[in-house]
Design a protein around this ligand. Structure first.
Ligand code: GLA
Ligand code: ZN
Length: 657
């Protein structure tokens, strides 16, 4: 069975309204709501005085309507009475400014007193609800956030470095502090990489990013330990942000959770008014599934216009349901819409939910309700998993390092992964997003984009993957750095040179107006995509040339090479380029690596597979006709089908007959 519901804030409404909410939720087919992730002061209005009665009543009322509850630990938004005790509880930004009360996520994640207060509130919550069967799980905090640059964090950073390097000699060597003779003779001398320093050491910066990430992982663990002890048997999650968020190593953050939850806002008010890109949403979803290689929950599925000072466009008819099915199509086993009802006050006054401020059933409610009744026909799908032959390896360390040194102003790691992903998505190819610790052996085609920070063990693992018959695709700036963010003492791509069968003879980091393009030497490939963002000029040893540059002093020199290695092959692409390059290469690559689409359907709709089930999603505003390769069974109409006319924003869910 799928979980279905919304993020609900009963504390924002008179209690006399709650029964109406519960009834409307039940009528919409809700099975679960998330509660209380920002309700610390409502639960503890003054130090040590706990008020659970209101929350107990809300939970009981929901239970009476067949709706379970996932509770948030409220540490993302602490009480004013607590934070005003001591200004050092507030986080310091990179520019040196300290947060003050009035927002959320403003706490220092390493502050011992904040830890103590968090332990206390999580303990009382866990003890109070451990025996409540209607509380089915926990969400820790809310969208863990950004680094803190305070004195407490500086000292904690020193401890992190001591544990990692043991001696200052070791740290000085690994960081290369001979440069500008930044040699440290006492741990306490090591600074934080703040903006007051014009540019800081890339090795120090990378370790600080790892430290800042670990700070949240540990703060989360502190809460997990309490919940596991005091409230055993209730699964624990955290709500992660989309693929664009890269301040935390999300693989680390996911490790000791029971499952991952994602927040998704395809029509965010902050983006230019472009139609949501189905491939970008799909990548966010696959990335969420990839964090634990496991199905996930959609904890905040957009259900209304988003907004703060400005109001974003409203989801078009059908879009809310379409996005929710897209989440399921990529492995969500629960859909919770953000939020049940638009709040009349506060920072998110214009961040709309299903119901508008007035709280009456509306177009969006009817759409959600329709989905609620449909899910009853789809129960057998829950728990099934997408199976991929293709994967993209994502390196959080490389992302951190590119933050520090983007190399070329036109380069953006997230966009690079999107450029690779979108043509696969268009071809209905299932993609897994992997960390470097994943097992690669199940895949035929593996992309390892911009593997900038490359540990020896990963290089060996990639060699093994190829030697055993895999097809690996590498892109520029791979193998450039060691784990300490030092440039390797070897021709590029460093540890990957033998595998690639070529070296980077020299590179050019072009200005935006320095146009160039690629010319392929593959039969039938006449496209000439631009060579943007970076240009490695390659000298093949064992590799064969696939494309050359079209212009400049390196016209005719190799830009893309293919090398046989063991039973497999490696494609090294020497330019970042854009989606047009991957659009040109993807059919050839799929044939080369023997990867097939989930269904051979030639249409612009999205097609995915989970277990024995196929999802066909029409993201366009027009009807799309789809010819299926064989007769199938349509679970929503309960009819067999071979040709489908899928209306704008419509969905079909099929299984084989
Ligand atoms: C995030 C948060 C929510 C809410 C929404 C909308 O995803 O988790 O609490 O703030 O954004 O802004
Ligand atoms: Zn701090």
């Amino acid at each position: 069975m799928f979980h279905f519901g919304a993020d609900y804030y009963p504390e924002h409404w008179p209690e006399s309204r709650w029964p109406t909410d519960a009834r409307l939720m039940q009528e919409a087919g809700f099975t679960v709501v998330r509660l209380a992730e920002f309700a610390w002061t409502k639960i503890e209005p003054s130090p040590g005085k706990y008020h659970f009665a209101w929350l107990d009543r809300a939970i009981d009322l929901l239970a009476a309507h067949g709706i379970s509850v996932l509770l948030g630990t409220p540490t993302a938004s602490p009480p004013a009475w607590l934070m005003n005790q001591d200004e050092t509880l507030f986080r310091v930004q990179r520019d040196g400014r300290r947060h003050s009360y009035g927002n959320r996520r403003g706490y220092c994640p390493n502050h011992p007193d904040y830890h103590a207060h968090s332990r206390r509130i999580v303990t009382v919550l866990a003890e109070h609800y451990a025996g409540n069967e209607n509380v089915i799980g926990w969400q820790i905090d809310n969208e863990f956030g950004d680094p803190c640059y305070c004195e407490i964090c500086r000292r904690a950073f020193h401890e992190f470095l001591k544990e990692k390097y043991q001696t200052l000699d070791e740290l000085n060597t690994r960081w290369g502090t001979d440069f500008w003779s930044h040699i440290y003779t006492d741990w306490a001398q090591i600074p934080l990489p703040m903006e007051v320093i014009s540019a800081s050491d890339p090795s120090l910066e990378l370790d600080f990013k790892r430290f800042a990430s670990q700070s949240y992982v540990r703060f989360q663990q502190l809460q997990i330990d309490i919940l596991r002890e005091k409230s055993p048997g209730k699964p624990i999650t955290h709500n992660f942000m989309e693929f664009s968020y890269d301040q935390i190593n999300y693989f680390d953050l996911a490790r000791s959770l029971d499952f991952v939850a994602l927040d998704s806002y395809p029509r965010g008010f902050w983006s230019p008014k472009l139609a949501p890109n189905p491939a970008h949403i799909a990548l966010d979803l696959d990335a969420a599934r990839g964090l634990k290689q496991k199905n996930f929950w959609m904890m905040e599925q957009q259900s209304g216009p988003s907004g703060a000072h400005y109001v974003g466009e409203t989801p078009r008819p059908g879009e809310i349901r379409l996005w929710a099915y897209q989440s399921i199509a990529h492995g969500a086993d629960a859909i919770l819409f953000f939020r049940w009802r638009t709040c009349r006050f506060g920072v998110e006054q214009y961040w709309h939910g299903i119901l508008d401020h007035a709280g009456l059933p509306n177009r969006r409610y009817e759409e959600v309700k329709r989905m609620g009744s449909e899910l009853k026909l789809l129960a057998e799908i829950a728990g099934s998993k997408p199976q991929a032959q293709t994967a993209i390896l994502v390196s959080p360390d490389s992302r951190f390092a590119f933050h520090i040194q983007p190399n070329n102003a036109a380069f953006n790691y997230k966009q690079h992964v999107r450029d690779i992903y979108a043509p696969l998505h268009r071809r209905h190819v299932t993609v897994d997003i992997l960390s470097e610790s994943a097992d690669f052996s199940a895949y035929r085609l593996l992309f390892a984009p911009a593997l900038y920070v490359l540990p020896q063990a990963l290089a060996e693992k990639l060699k093994q993957f190829v030697a055993q018959g895999g097809t690996l695709v590498l892109t520029p700036r791979s193998g450039v750095k060691d784990e300490h963010n030092l440039v390797v003492d070897a021709p590029l791509p460093g540890l990957l040179t033998e595998l690639v069968g070529a070296v980077v003879e020299e590179y050019d980091s072009p200005a935006p107006d320095m146009q160039n393009h690629l010319e392929f030497s593959l039969p039938g490939l006449t496209a000439q995509p631009s060579a943007l963002g970076w240009r490695d000029i390659l000298r093949p040893a064992t590799a064969r040339v696939i494309a050359c540059y079209g212009r400049d002093y390196y016209a005719g020199k190799p830009a893309i090479v293919l090398n046989q290695y063991g039973q497999g092959q490696v494609l090294y692409i020497g330019t970042f380029s854009d989606e047009t390059l991957y659009e040109a290469l993807t059919d050839w690559l799929l044939t080369l690596s023997n990867v097939s689409p989930v269904l051979p359907v030639s249409s612009s709709i999205e097609v995915t597979q989970r277990g024995d089930f196929y999802f066909l999603l029409n993201h366009s505003a027009q009807t799309e006709t789809v010819q299926l390769p064989r007769k199938m069974f349509n679970l929503l109409t309960t009819q067999p089908v071979e040709t489908l006319a899928l209306a704008a924003h419509e969905v079909a869910i099929l299984k084989s007959v």
